[in-house]
Design a protein around this ligand. Structure first.
Ligand code: HEM
Length: 210
């Protein structure tokens, strides 16, 4: 029986191999725009991290008075719109191509967790805007969480929300996106559903009794 070091070695060998991360061929079906949506989501996330770092480094006053920083703030805002837009289109693509098939269940699960984490990440960002809308949302959401028995999450505490939005949530989300993409690299992109109208598929289905 293999011990844990041997098992880890075997796993890490495939995760860290050059072939996993730099494949030199791509399946033909994965060459269309529909299969770029996950990468566009990941690219939007990179834009969010970079623009977010610049914003956090310069502080809230900077983007209120400085034109260049206003541009960075707008990039961060539109980065969020692009991230969710592409993620939703990616979700439709993976749903309609049945991308959980062929041992990709964990990829699907990790993607769903990333989606669920992205929502509070964006929401905490919205809360630290400090305007009337964000204050109103913080108070309403605080009522909701209190009702759920989660009163310890203090949405009206701007400092707590700043830490959650700038450090905690992005790190957790980046971890799950990284895990998701690692799973995709290991399992590759799902092949299309078989064409039911083709004679070969009909014969195969008949043989399998379906
Ligand atoms: C944080 C957001 C997400 C990012 C950055 C992301 C990224 C990616 C990338 C780059 C791929 C490779 C193929 C492609 O680009 O289409 C992929 C594949 C996949 N994604 Fe996502 N994804 C995200 C969210 C989701 C969600 C919400 C689900 C489903 C609930 C999901 C399920 C899958 C599955 C099952 C695959 C592998 C099979 C295939 O590509 O056909 N992903 N993802």
């Amino acid at each position: 029986m293999a011990n844990w070091t041997q098992t880890s070695q075997k796993r890490l060998q495939s995760i860290l191999s050059v072939e996993t991360w730099l494949p030199d061929t791509m399946p033909e079906y994965a060459q269309g725009f529909m299969y770029m949506l996950g990468s566009l989501t990941a690219s939007s996330f990179v834009v969010l991290v970079i623009s977010g770092l610049v914003l956090a480094a310069n502080g809230p006053a900077s983007w209120s008075y400085n034109g260049a920083m206003r541009f960075v703030a707008a990039t961060h805002f539109w980065g969020v719109q692009a991230f969710f837009f592409f993620m939703m289109l990616h979700l439709w693509r993976v749903f309609f191509t049945g991308a959980w098939r062929g041992g990709r269940g964990l990829t699907w699960l990790v993607g769903s967790i990333a989606l669920l984490l992205a929502i509070p990440t964006a929401f905490t960002g919205f809360l630290i805007n400090g305007d009337l809308y964000s204050e109103w949302n913080a108070v309403q959401a605080k009522d909701g969480l209190n009702a759920l028995g989660l009163g310890w999450v203090n949405l009206t505490n701007a400092g707590q929300m700043f830490g959650m939005h700038v450090i905690v949530m992005p790190l957790v989300l980046a971890f799950f996106i990284g895990l998701h993409i690692t799973r995709v690299r290991l399992k590759s992109v799902v092949p299309p559903y078989p064409d039911k109208s083709s004679p070969e598929t009909r014969i195969q289905m008949r043989e399998r009794g379906r």
